[in-house]
Design a protein around this ligand. Sequence first.
Ligand code: ADP
Length: 404
Amino acid sequence: MHDHLLNKISYLNQTTVDSLRETDEKKIIRRFAESSIRIMGADFGFVWLNRKSTDANNFQLVYKSRGIPYTPKSPRPRGTTQKVIKTRKPLLVADLLNSSYLRKDANKHLKSLAIIPIVYKSQVYGSFYVCFKKKHVFTDEEKSLAEFIGTDAGQVITIHLFHKKAEKDSQKLLKQKDEFFNIASHELKTPVAAIKGFVQLLNQKVGRRDPESAYFLDKINTHTEKLSRLVNDLLDISRIETGKLKFKKSPFELCELLEEVVESMRVALPHNPIFFTCHNLFWLKGDCNHIERVLINLITNASKYSPVGSKIKVSLEKEGAKAKVSIEDFGIGISEKDRQKIFNRFFQSKENISNTALPGLGLGLYISKEILKRHKGELRVESKSKSKGSVFSFTLPYDKYRNN
Ligand code: ADP
């Protein structure tokens, strides 16, 4: 094979590879159109797309090369373009003047023309028009190349459309999931609140007299609390989605809040020692109930994804104009790949799920991130190599601070 031809084939392959990375259909078309002009040694070109190949009125001019000397007219219902679409084979016309293919609008500007249909199986998406100002006699190699251009472009567009559809379907599924959880959580809210109330009443009535019943009631209470947190998370998801998550902001001091939360988490998570350091006091304005929720969520995760006995370090320090809270654990850690997706709603690492007896719904980090965003703060996960644990940290702008 000639080097010349090899170069052209590898150029086309490169175009295919580059196009597969594109997320915009027009850019895919442009890449192939420019590549076909170059490969065929032509002067200019344009592209008509027609998804519904049966509908002749549905053509769209999606690309014109720079310096094109005239504006092409839309293909006619029984014109050459339709014929090419029917045969699904490139049409190469070396001598336009003496052919039946020439249209008046073009006759001053081109002498030879290649119409290359963009095909995938029985589907034809449209055609590349590769135009020559001077007469060009097509070689057999060019005939094969024209066919490759059309089928390569057809395959890339098919893959692109497939991805687009999959993405749309998954968005739709996510929406249905949201709707379902929204209804379910509203329905669950009242009975869960009722159970909580009656357990408290029962505890007051029999708890003091009967320690065994008190023990069971305590267990029911713990699980009802969990259930209630899940229901709240689900309700918050729909509030976030509909922009209805409300905050009651007032001034509070962050170190004090952290101390309180750490204190109660030490009781709730007795199997993981929690260390706390705070070098500064920070006064800020925010919804401390929601910030408390973020802390509980991050510390609970730190324990959930760590072995029994493994420590958790909570610290508060100054980072420029912001207070920075870090929660470090020495548990199973998060892979690089998962770190990209960890803040998406309903995301749960497949690797981590089997490691915990307490799988959640993959909502905590998503809600925490949103809460912090609404406080002009930021939640990040800092990298640590796998199995060495994780560090989650968040920043919040403060109004005032002093050394502790
Ligand atoms: P949940 O814990 O309820 O699944 P989250 O949104 O809080 O939901 O966390 C999402 C996912 O991130 C978890 O399923 C887990 O895979 C991973 N993850 C969160 N925190 C940690 C951590 N400290 N260590 C390891 N993995 C974590």
